[in-house]
Ligand binder design. Structure first.
Ligand code: SR1
Ligand code: MG
Length: 429
């Protein structure tokens, strides 16, 4: 399926894509009728790539092609095409570890940086559903299975040290994508950077506070170092609600082009931060005051369940499937050993929770002051109302980052979020 054809790269717009797909017998058969009758629509609304939906009379496919630059910014910001290779590698590993929770890959061409996947229909991007106030009953079970299994089985708890180091090496070349995260999440929002933006003028003072807040600078720098230097497990690397497609009965995790071996709390924090932002944005989408309270209650319940179910599933895998070189069985024999190891597992989860709290905060602040924002806030039309929602999220995020240790349980996080629901910030102007 992988075809390494370095030097073959060209951007495939509609006609060239049609010809290319017509030359792939399995894909052409899946689409049906004559290639000339296939409909091809570019639907990419992400920050980096081209995404086409192609439909024939028998079926449809999704085609993703990496551009040699950041789509959001343009050709002035080049970006390696190799990210398509890492995305393909990650999708393959995730399909093996979490079957049914990622889109099926039908074809991949490294030289063209192009991947053909099953068309997810009628799935929508979860973020859009959350903005509309839709609840997703399958989400907690699916996303916690995805995270528990992909993180556990790629960690030292499951792999031998040789397997683990080979796996780290396989993703080590994806450093340009890591650098985007290191800059856009862990650095730029806390300094003057050309590409930063926020809801001005209302958040001007808050943006300036962030740039002067040394306790916050220490906290974000510790998180940055953890992100750079803790290859605990294979991360999705960009697990926000724009990377998740849903229906009421299905969940698919897409777009793992930021995949690399990093700290587990980064993926967990991405999911929790994006749910919390959906919560804080929700009041900005009301037409009648209070009409989304039930939805907001569901979002906070979901935040709690995501952590609790993840922890339960991860611990269960550790107790039943540990085969890695960490925590050697020979050091924990007998009843006493088993009891001591169980205490250590709880301590491990507490440390992971603390990392998660910090990364949740970092993933929130970047969406309010950095380059890449999210529609949860952006679609709040009244800028003052948007700034109020954003300031509430930032207040929680700052506390979670600087006073991380005071958040011992996920209920501490949701309790703090609930208290901020109607808090009125002081805005600039
Ligand atoms: C320049 S890329 C901006 C953001 O888009 C991706 O989805 C990642 O979140 C990245 O930080
Ligand atoms: Mg993406």
């Amino acid at each position: 399926m992988t075809e390494a054809q370095a030097g073959d790269y060209r951007i495939l717009h509609e006609a060239a894509l049609r010809d290319y797909l017509a030359g792939l017998p399995d894909i052409a058969a899946r689409l049906g009728n004559e290639p000339v009758s296939w409909s091809i629509t570019e639907v990419g609304d992400g920050n980096l790539n081209l995404v086409f939906i192609v439909k024939g009379d028998r079926g449809g496919i999704a085609v993703k092609q990496a551009l040699p630059y950041v789509r959001l910014v343009g050709e002035s910001w080049p970006l390696p095409l190799s990210r398509a290779h890492y995305e393909f590698l990650a999708l393959s590993k995730q399909a093996e570890l979490a079957p049914g929770l990622v889109p099926a890959v039908l074809h991949h061409n490294d030289g063209l940086a192009l991947t053909v996947m099953e068309l997810l229909e009628p799935h929508i991007i979860m973020r859009k559903g959350l903005v509309a106030g839709t609840r997703y009953p399958r989400f907690v079970d699916d996303i916690t299975t995805f995270m528990a299994r992909t993180l556990f089985f790629t960690s030292d708890l499951a792999l031998s040290t040789a397997e683990k180091k080979e796996a780290i090496a396989a993703f080590a070349g994806n450093h340009a994508l890591c650098k985007i995260t290191e800059d856009l999440i862990f650095t730029d929002p806390y300094r003057i950077a050309e590409q930063n933006r926020w809801t001005a003028p209302y958040l001007d003072a808050l943006a300036a506070d962030l740039r002067d807040d040394m306790e916050l600078h220490v906290a974000i720098s510790r998180l940055k170092l953890k992100f750079m230097a803790s290859p605990e497990a294979l991360l999705h690397g960009d697990l926000h609600t724009g990377s998740i497609m849903v229906t009421e009965s299905e969940t698919r995790v897409i777009d793992p082009e930021f995949a690399f071996y990093g700290p587990m709390g980064f993926d967990l924090g991405a999911v929790l931060a994006n749910l919390l932002m959906a919560y804080f944005a929700s009041s900005g989408h009301e037409r009648v005051p209070g009409e989304r309270r039930e939805f907001e209650g569901w979002v906070l319940e979901t935040v709690e369940q995501v952590w609790n179910e993840f922890a339960r599933k991860f611990l269960d895998l550790w107790r039943t499937k540990a085969g890695g070189d960490a925590y050697p069985v020979s050091l924990f024999s007998g009843e006493q050993g088993a009891a001591r190891l169980e205490i250590e597992r709880q301590a491990y989860m507490q440390r992971l929770f603390t990392d998660t709290v910090g990364f949740t905060a970092a993933k929130t602040i970047r969406r309010i002051f950095g380059l890449a924002h999210n529609i949860d806030f952006e679609l709040i039309e009244d800028p003052k109302q948007r700034a109020i929602s954003e300031a509430r999220a930032v207040r929680l995020a700052r506390a979670m980052m600087v006073e991380t240790g005071t958040y011992r349980t996920i209920a501490d996080v949701t309790g703090a979020a609930r208290k901020l629901r109607d808090w009125m910030p002081e805005l600039s102007n």
